[in-house]
Design a binder for this molecule. Structure first.
Ligand SMILES: Nc1ncnc2c1ncn2[C@@H]1O[C@H](COP(=O)(O)OP(=O)(O)OP(=O)(O)O)[C@@H](O)[C@H]1O
Ligand SMILES: [Mg+2]
Length: 262
């Protein structure tokens, strides 16, 4: 298989158990380059556990995870990040007493100039607030008006956009997002998705979401998990028509399919 057609991330027969519970059960999964893949499923389906296996927070009990063909099943998180797999939140925590622009500067320098945060903290921020990539991130993520505001004063949606912007500044090849829309108001969901959409096509994105209706126009391919297994995958309509999905998710039947048909 050539590098262009080979999945960028691939999981083969991956399982993870917590005691007697099999949270992820023999999952096969592939992410194609520059595609937006959604992982969807009800509470407790195993989405976050699977996400943690992909990103290196858990080691699977069985199975293999590959990145660009290389076995990374036992590769630590930090090394996966260096290889180009970036997840939001855990690795992009914000500094709430610093301004938006300074958080972006720090994210940029952490990604491109090593990890010595203390050394560069304030003096670097002052010198590099005009960095092109930082300016671009402020604009793309619609944070220009909040540039000099301390992060603790941002709304949840603005903070979420900042976290995603900080991840993007590292220019990851694969960006993994676990419920980036959780807790956001409708208008904030729209603005987070708008900025993500602007990057889709040139970025491989894996997004875990509980509420499928929010992301159905954003994802190109969907996998649906239930009780640790993938029960359907493909396009949105295809997945929604799948008998097992329809059986497992009465809430999809009642909200999302009805909405999709309207
Ligand atoms: N660290 C853990 N220790 C024990 N059990 C866990 C742990 N993490 C998850 N589980 C269990 O594994 C199952 C899958 O949980 P997981 O968090 O992966 O589901 P999820 O699909 O992300 O759900 P949600 O939509 O609520 O975020 C659940 O039954 C959960 O209780
Ligand atoms: Mg979860």
């Amino acid at each position: 298989m050539s590098a262009a057609t080979e999945p960028i991330v691939r999981a083969d027969r991956v399982s993870k158990r917590f005691g007697a519970l099999t949270a992820v059960d023999g999952v096969n999964f592939a992410v194609r380059r520059n595609e937006v893949t959604g992982i969807f499923g009800s509470n407790g389906a195993g989405k976050t556990t699977f996400f943690n296996l992909l990103t290196g927070y858990f080691v699977p009990d069985e199975g293999t995870i590959r990145y660009k063909g290389r076995d990374i099943t036992h590769t630590p998180v930090r090394e996966r990040v260096a290889m180009g797999m970036m997840r939001t939140f855990q690795l992009t925590s914000t500094f709430d007493n610093l301004s938006v622009v300074d958080n972006l500067v720090l994210a940029f320098y952490r990604a491109h100039r090593g990890h010595s945060l203390l050394r560069m903290l304030l003096s670097t921020c002052r010198r590099h607030r005009d960095e092109d990539k930082v300016m671009q991130a402020l604009e793309t993520f619609e944070l220009g008006a909040r540039r000099d505001m301390e992060v603790r004063h941002l709304s949840l949606g603005e903070k979420r956009r900042l976290e995603i912007a900080m991840s993007m500044l590292a220019e990851p090849e694969v960006l993994l997002l676990d419920e980036p829309l959780a807790g956001l108001a409708e208008s904030e969901i729209r603005s987070v998705l708008d900025v993500l959409r602007r990057n889709s096509g040139s970025q491989t994105i894996v997004i875990v979401e509980h509420k499928i209706s929010a992301v159905k126009d954003f994802v190109q391919r969907l996998v649906v998990m239930h009780e640790g297994r993938i029960i359907a995958e493909g396009g949105y309509d295809e997945c929604m028509q799948h008998p097992e999905v329809r059986r497992s998710y009465w809430q999809i039947e009642t909200d999302t399919v009805a909405e999709g048909r309207s």
